[in-house]
Design a protein. Structure first.
Length: 276
C-alpha cells in the first residue's frame, strides 16, 4: 500500500473519531437523571413555598431600592474600618494557625496507610467529621456565651472548625502519596518518625501550603461573618451599620472587604505558583 493511501486512511479514521465526539452522547440514563433532577428541584421549591417567578419579578425593585440607599459609600470612619479589617485578618491568621497545629497529628492518625491501627483510625476520623459538621457560627455563639464578646471566640471557632477540614485534606494527601520512598525506608529499618520526616512530609509540602492558603482565605471571609455574632472584627462594624440603617457605611465596609480578599487571593495565587 502506498504512503498516500496510508495517509488517506489515517485521515479518514481521525475524521470519523472527531465526528463521533461532536455528536451528543445521550443515553436513557442521562435523560432519566435530568428528569429526576428537575422533579426533585420542583418538589423542594414547593415544599419551601418558593415562587421563583414572583422572586425574580420583584427582585429588581428590591435590589434597586437597597442600592440607592447604599450609594455613595461613606468612608468617614475609614481609619476605624481599616483597623477592624486588620483585626479580622489577625483573627483568621491565628485561627488558621491553631487549626494547622491541631490537624497535623489528627491527619497522621486518620490516614489509612500510616494509622497505627483501625481503632485509632476510626476515632481520628470521627473527630474530624464531628468538627467539620458543626458550623463556625454555632461554635462562636457558644464561645461568646461562655467567655464573652471579642476576638477570642472567633479565633477558637475558626481553629476548631477548620481543624476538621485541614485534617481531612492532609489525610487524603497522605493516602495518595507515592509508596516507593516509604517502602525503601521501611526496608532499611527506618523508624516511624523518620518515615514521616523523609518520605511523607516532602511529598505533601506543595499541597500542604496550598491547603493552608485556601483555609486562610476562607477563614478571613468567615471571620467577617463571625463578627456579626459578637466575635470581633469588621463583621461587628457591619452588623452595627445594618442595625443603625447606615447603608452608605455598609457599602464602604463591603468595598473594604472585597479589596482585602482580592489582594490576599492574588498573593495566595502567587505563592502557590512558586511552590509547584
Amino acid at each position: 500500500m502506498s504512503d498516500n493511501k496510508i495517509v488517506s486512511l489515517n485521515s479518514n479514521k481521525n475524521k470519523t473519531n472527531y465526528e463521533k465526539y461532536l455528536r451528543p452522547q445521550w443515553s436513557w440514563k442521562t435523560f432519566v437523571f435530568i428528569v429526576l433532577t428537575i422533579l426533585m428541584l420542583t418538589l423542594v421549591s414547593i415544599d419551601l413555598e418558593i415562587n421563583f417567578i414572583t422572586l425574580f419579578s420583584n427582585s429588581f425593585n428590591y435590589f434597586g431600592d437597597i442600592l440607592s440607599r447604599m450609594l455613595p459609600p461613606d468612608f468617614s470612619d475609614f481609619n476605624s474600618l481599616i483597623f477592624s479589617m486588620f483585626e479580622t485578618i489577625e483573627i483568621a491568621i491565628l485561627g488558621t494557625f491553631i487549626a494547622i497545629v491541631l490537624s497535623i497529628p489528627l491527619a497522621l492518625f486518620s490516614a489509612r496507610n500510616i494509622a497505627p491501627n483501625i481503632f485509632i483510625f476510626f476515632i481520628a476520623r470521627t473527630i474530624t467529621v464531628f468538627f467539620r459538621a458543626i458550623p463556625e457560627f454555632i461554635i462562636a455563639m457558644i464561645l461568646v456565651i461562655a467567655i464573652g464578646f471579642g476576638a477570642m471566640p472567633g479565633v477558637l471557632a475558626l481553629g476548631i472548625h477548620t481543624m476538621g477540614f485541614l485534617a481531612k485534606f492532609y489525610a487524603e494527601d497522605i493516602e495518595h502519596i507515592d509508596k516507593g520512598p516509604i517502602e525503601a525506608l521501611e526496608s532499611s529499618g527506618a523508624s516511624k518518625r523518620q518515615i514521616i520526616s523523609f518520605a511523607i512530609i516532602p511529598q505533601i509540602i506543595p499541597s500542604f501550603v496550598a491547603n493552608n492558603l485556601y483555609i486562610l482565605d476562607r477563614n478571613i471571609r468567615m471571620a467577617t461573618m463571625l463578627g456579626i455574632v459578637g466575635a470581633g472584627g469588621i463583621g461587628y462594624e457591619l452588623q452595627s451599620a445594618f442595625r443603625m440603617f447606615e447603608y452608605p457605611k455598609v457599602s464602604a465596609i463591603i468595598i473594604i472587604i472585597f479589596i482585602t480578599i482580592f489582594i490576599i487571593d492574588n498573593i495566595s495565587t502567587l505563592i502557590r505558583s512558586k511552590i509547584k
